[in-house]
Design a protein around this ligand. Structure first.
Ligand code: HEC
Ligand code: HEC
Ligand code: HEC
Ligand code: HEC
Ligand code: HEC
Length: 464
């Protein structure tokens, strides 16, 4: 067959010289490789998957004006040494198809080559490393998924893959390979995969194992394709809600925002204890990671701004003490607040100056809510819960009448945007588009009149 096809192309059609050879292509797949690379070709038969993905940060990865601005600035400030580093994960098809080397020409490239696309994930046949997208893409044009008996269809061949089956521990390797970043200065800057590996959820036993897909690709009963002969099965959410939002007009934007808020509401909870020690009031605050299978926040923690707002009032509702009070539109880093409790990473350059851009960071300090674990050894040995504690102090003759606390989050700091605006890489209009989220279950109020030292009542503060 191959010989005949080769003969035919030589004699009749002319053979495309630099086309890579694609084993089985003509046999197993109705659609061409070009068609299969384009998410739009999937829409006809997989309309729900397409719609969910189209509003995801995977689809947005190379549209994000902040990403474009950072890459542009990075290329300039490193004289191009940044190279393909940022496109490796944000526009992996464009890079692998040879359409870009540095991401500076993305505006001219076809849409199918940008973002983390359907074909990119579904062509992966091997994970070759635990960071920086070390993933091998098969050229056999088979769509890999968790079904071992997929219904045939006219567009593509299908096959089972443990990397695409959230019931299998190795499925975390697929996500993890892109969700950990080691920079060109060898700094392990984003560590979601590493954090997950240190958690309870990476134990490969029934009842503990929770892969990335278990939490981020919830299943529902439905049909995986609008096509003949397709049975009812478990199908999986492709919205992959996190904390980042589209800053420009983008499909499903309101739906994503609503879902982020819903996830964040149950991600962490807080405990507050109020005590008087001879004229000093002690506010003991605890945050506990309830639901994240890795640290919280995770990933781009050098850009995230997560902080506790706490306010103590007297009888007449005058403010006795406050920390973490940030107005709408105000950058967290602009407030002077010695007792501020802030979660995230702070990067430093070789000379110890605080910096925040990927290519500048030589080392970092990190304060994140750790994930649950009950490891038998290591730093988390014996721990089941995952919490951090912080103490505020102020002098006052009597206990406050009430104290309110909440954990707040901006996916990207306004100071980060201000810096990109000042360097001329980002248009100022995006600054107003960053939402500030409240972490629902951390919003609590302590009242003196209730006569309890800690709230929520009945929830003892964890042992430090
Ligand atoms: C002509 C219709 C059609 C088109 C177009 C189509 N698919 Fe499919 N696809 C199907 C059918 C039918 C199934 C099998 C569903 C089942 O068995 O429940 C399927 C299954 C899959 C699976 C699961 C494979 C497995 O074994 O678990 C993946 C992944 C997939 N398709 C991805 C894609 C992607 C990506 C595109 C676009 C490039 C695409 N499909 C385009 C019809 C189509
Ligand atoms: C036990 C459930 C669970 C597991 C397992 C899990 N996550 Fe999460 N993840 C969460 C929750 C809860 C959040 C916070 C809510 C949100 O951001 O929507 C979150 C947030 C995130 C975010 C958003 C960034 C941020 O700062 O919160 C990313 C990215 C992410 N997870 C990726 C992963 C990857 C990759 C894996 C596997 C290596 C994984 N998650 C495993 C529950 C989980
Ligand atoms: C970030 C990687 C990723 C991207 C991007 C992605 N998928 Fe998937 N998809 C998966 C994984 C993982 C599964 C398997 C989940 C499981 O069963 O555990 C899956 C499952 C599927 C299935 C099987 C049915 C189901 O819901 O389990 C279809 C069909 C599918 N994807 C189509 C698409 C289409 C179409 C797109 C683009 C519009 C797309 N996928 C984008 C990772 C991805
Ligand atoms: C090609 C690399 C790649 C793979 C593979 C990948 N991701 Fe992502 N993912 C990204 C990038 C890049 C973004 C960020 C896009 C942005 O915010 O601009 C992202 C964003 C996300 C977010 C939203 C983060 C936020 O803060 O809003 C979640 C959740 C997520 N991915 C989960 C997963 C899961 C689960 C898998 C495996 C099924 C996976 N990813 C596989 C590259 C990848
Ligand atoms: C190894 C894959 C990988 C590489 C390399 C990578 N990113 Fe990302 N990027 C991600 C993932 C995954 C997320 C989502 C992180 C999360 O939400 O936890 C992300 C999110 C982002 C975001 C949105 C989150 C935020 O900060 O608000 C920006 C901006 C960004 N990346 C810029 C860059 C730039 C600039 C580079 C190159 C210097 C780069 N990325 C290199 C995987 C990568």
């Amino acid at each position: 067959m191959r010989f005949l096809a080769l003969l035919a192309c030589t004699l009749l059609l002319g053979c495309p010289a630099d086309e890579p050879s694609i084993p089985d292509a003509g046999v197993v797949s109705g659609f061409t490789r070009e068609q299969l690379l384009d998410p739009k070709s999937c829409q006809e038969c997989h309309p729900d998957h397409y719609q969910e993905w189209s509003g995801s940060m995977h689809a947005y990865a190379a549209e994000d004006p902040v990403w474009l601005a950072m890459n542009r600035r990075g290329q300039r400030e490193t004289n191009g040494e940044l190279g393909d580093f940022c496109v490796t994960c944000h526009a992996p098809i464009a890079l692998r198809e040879g359409l870009t080397t540095d991401g500076l020409n993305l505006a001219e490239l076809p849409a199918y080559s940008k973002g983390v696309t359907c074909a990119f994930c579904h062509f992966v046949d091997e994970v070759t490393g635990s960071h920086n997208a070390q993933l091998n893409l098969s050229s056999d044009l088979r769509m890999r998924g968790a079904y071992d008996n997929p219904a045939p269809n006219k567009a593509h061949a299908s096959m089972y893959s443990p990397l695409h089956d959230k019931e299998r521990i190795e499925s975390a390797d697929l996500c993890g390979s892109c969700h950990d970043i080691v920079t060109q200065k060898q700094v392990h800057l984003e560590r979601t995969f590493l954090e997950w590996k240190s958690s309870l959820f990476a134990h490969d036993v029934e009842g503990e194992r929770q892969t990335c897909g278990d939490c981020h690709m919830k299943g529902r009963t439905g049909t995986a394709a609008d096509a003949p002969g397709v049975p009812l099965r478990r199908v999986h959410d492709h919205r992959m809600v996190g904390v980042d939002t589209a800053l420009t007009d983008f499909p499903e934007k309101q739906d994503q925002l609503r879902r982020i808020q819903r996830e964040l509401n149950t991600t962490a909870l807080s405990i507050l204890c109020v005590r008087d020690e001879e004229g000093t009031v002690l506010l003991g605050a605890t945050l506990e990671n309830m639901a994240a299978g890795h640290s919280w926040p995770t990933g781009a923690t050098q850009d995230r701004r997560a902080w506790v707002e706490i306010i103590a009032y007297d009888e007449a509702d005058n403010v006795l003490f406050a920390s973490g009070v940030v107005e709408e539109g105000q950058a967290l880093t602009s407030i002077v607040d010695p007792q501020l409790w802030r979660l995230g990473d702070q990067g430093y350059d070789e000379d110890g100056h605080a910096v925040h851009l990927f290519w500048e960071i030589a080392e970092y300090e990190s304060l994140l809510l750790p994930p649950p674990n009950h490891a038998h050894e290591g730093p988390n040995a014996g721990k089941v819960g995952a919490h951090l504690q912080h103490e505020y102090r102020f002098s006052s003759a009597e206990l406050p009448a009430r104290v309110t606390l909440r954990l707040r989050l901006r996916a990207i700091g306004l100071d980060v945007l201000d810096d990109l605006i000042a360097s001329g890489d980002l248009a100022p209009e995006f600054r107003g588009a960053v939402p500030t989220f409240e972490m629902g279950a951390t919003q609590i109020e302590w009242r003196r009149a209730d006569m309890f030292e800690c709230v929520p009542v009945g929830h003892p503060p964890p042992v430090p």
